[in-house]
Design a protein around this ligand. Structure first.
Ligand SMILES: [Zn+2]
Length: 119
């Protein structure tokens, strides 16, 4: 997700950049959010889960390896929710791209195929 430009914010607020850590996590906002920016419906994952995600993001495998199952499941759920959100948004915007690009003004009928006279 980081390579695709969808890296979640896990420290500072994803919206205003206020220095974290913050407790709330919003999928549409793109990660942790401060109380002022927190949209309704934000998740409140365990701080340990956010630490695990940070460890995975930074390649701190020793710390990630030492994590508990409950935090692994929670981080997996958050990553899946973010991925689904981004993918669905991407697919929904496809028709818009199609409309704004390369729409023929008039659909031309195919030219008649001239078959040889055979003579
Ligand atoms: Zn904020």
């Amino acid at each position: 997700m980081s390579v695709a430009g969808w890296e979640p914010a896990l420290g500072d607020c994803a919206r205003c950049g206020e220095v974290g850590p913050h407790r709330h996590f919003s999928v549409p906002a793109g990660g942790t959010v401060c109380p002022a920016c927190r949209p309704t419906g934000s998740a409140m994952p365990s701080p340990v889960t956010l630490e695990l995600m940070e460890a995975l993001l930074t390649g701190d495998w020793a710390r990630a390896d030492a994590s508990q199952g409950i935090n692994r499941r929670e981080s997996s759920g958050l990553v899946a929710a973010m991925l689904q959100w981004h993918l669905e948004r991407g697919l929904r915007s496809l028709p818009l791209v199609d409309r704004s690009d390369a729409r023929p003004a008039v659909v031309q009928p195919a030219a008649p195929i001239v078959v040889g006279t055979g003579a």
